[in-house]
Design a protein around this ligand. Structure first.
Ligand SMILES: [Zn+2]
Length: 80
């Protein structure tokens, strides 16, 4: 995390509240979470997750690890 939360560390563009799609490839399958709240760079489109969001995603990933689902697609508002 950068100290300058208002600027993209990659391109210096402005970051705005938005949503992104989070995807993680577990050995047992793939987990996709859509509509995740994030700060999105207006120039390069890169997204940063805030700590509470990152923790929530970690829980989703941990749950998914316990199932045999090959591909799991969910929406953030359904789990948060
Ligand atoms: Zn950027």
């Amino acid at each position: 995390m950068s100290d300058d939360k208002g600027r993209c560390p990659l391109c210096g563009g402005e970051k705005h509240p938005g949503t992104t799609t989070f995807a993680v490839d577990l050995k047992s399958g793939v987990v996709v979470v859509r509509d995740v709240p994030a700060l999105v760079c207006s120039q390069c489109g890169d997204a940063w997750l805030e700590d509470p969001v990152a923790e929530g995603l970690q829980k989703i990933v941990d749950n998914a690890r316990c199932t045999d689902t090959e591909v799991s697609v969910t929406r953030w508002r359904h789990v948060a």
